[in-house]
Design a protein around this ligand. Sequence first.
Ligand code: NAD
Length: 476
Amino acid sequence: MEYPDLHLHIGGAWKKATSSQPVVNPSSEAVIGHVPVATQRDLDDALAAAQDGFNVWRRFSPRKRAEIMFKAAALMRERADEIACAITLEHGKPFRQAQLEVVRGCEFFEWDAAEGQRIYGRVIPSEPGIKYIVQHQPVGMVAAFSPWNFPLSQPARKIAGALAAGCSIIMKASEETPAGAMHIARALHDAGLPPGVMNLVFGVPSEISEYLIPQTPIRLVAFTGSTAIGKRLTRLAAEYMKPVLMELGGHAPVIVCDDVDPVAAAVMSAARKARNAGQVCTSPTRFYVQERVYEAFVAAFVEKARSVVVGDGFESTTQMGPLANDRRIKAMEILVGDAEEQGARVLAGGRRLDRPGYFFPVTVLAEVPDSARVMREEPFGPLAVINPVSSLDEAIRKANALPFGLAAYAFTHSASRANELAENIEAGNFSINTLEASVAETPFGGVKDSGYGREGGAEGLVNYTVVKNISHSMTI
Ligand code: NAD
């Protein structure tokens, strides 16, 4: 179980930094490595390298770009166990989930690489002797920022999108979980990516974003993280007229209609809540259950939640790992305490486990008043709220009541109810009878405070391009 030596990757070369900060295993709280902190000089080098990289990469044919991206994905698949091991060490998630994350990251690369060959333009019908051509061109150099919850698949989304569209990228990945992004850089390097096309830095997040975003050659800012930071970076980008791609927080509602088996829906939901210890922006959180099936749903959810085995990600029986850091533990304690004070019933979990590491069990809160903080603040942890509703209208109203609009879910066998929900739920992603919000081939992103722009699918690649309108007269 080796944790890799961590480096910056600038202009195709690995670089140690003069200072570093510790990386902690959240299962043991032990220091497992040190992540280099980039200096301003490193960032300047990355900017110069990304400019050179862009000049080369934009001239590669889409097919040649795809070949390199496919090769990198194949290398990551070959190295999946090694990469998953590093992810479990730095993030804590069960090893099997880390392996699946690597596969998902590879799928982003493979799908975007293929789709990059189909970024079609248009020829607009015109008078004889003139042609109007609409062409998508790579937007240019991208400054991207990825969070700690999916160390590989989060940076993979942005890197794959940028590279497939012909852009170069400076990726600032998470300092808390840096190994996933480093493995991507290694795979791309080994696959023959020209120097400077993908540059990887770590450091003080605010210093890096505030330095990179205003730089003239940076043409797009891509960020995944909290709404608060997303808004801050959007304001900064606006000052310099840079487009942004923002994947921000969520507070996903789940509407459970009384025409489905409440036990099956509850078991599926509680298992999904445990995924990544609930630290997923699409994690199902607010359950609005129709009264007729409410008691049965709650009972089955609680039973499943209590059965989730929490522990070190390398234990074969572990189904849910620790939270990523102490901040998440504190957030859970505050939200549970506040809900309890306001009259909510705590039916499962609710307290940190008494052992080293940041372990917090799947927690079920029922009959939570709308005034409780957990009803409007994203828990970003293994916390589910279950409340009864008397009608579909009430469920839709409550689901839409928050400023978030990332993922939403419903369970129903009724086509008309499904249609009513699909028409009226305010979310970028709405899933019926499944708790999967998106896959590589579908566009993922939010509305309202959950951000804008899409990642994945044909729509995702468009973010990394600009439209050029070419008018060409055949006479002079
Ligand atoms: P945070 O808001 O401090 O940080 C979130 C991410 O943004 C981190 O990766 C961090 O390194 C980065 N970041 C912070 N300040 C930045 C800046 N000025 N410039 C560039 N990057 C910056 O919160 P946190 O405690 O790390 O995470 C908790 C919250 O973050 C959660 O409540 C959740 O809403 C959000 N989050 C969302 C996602 C997601 O997938 N949308 C992922 C991780 C965290």
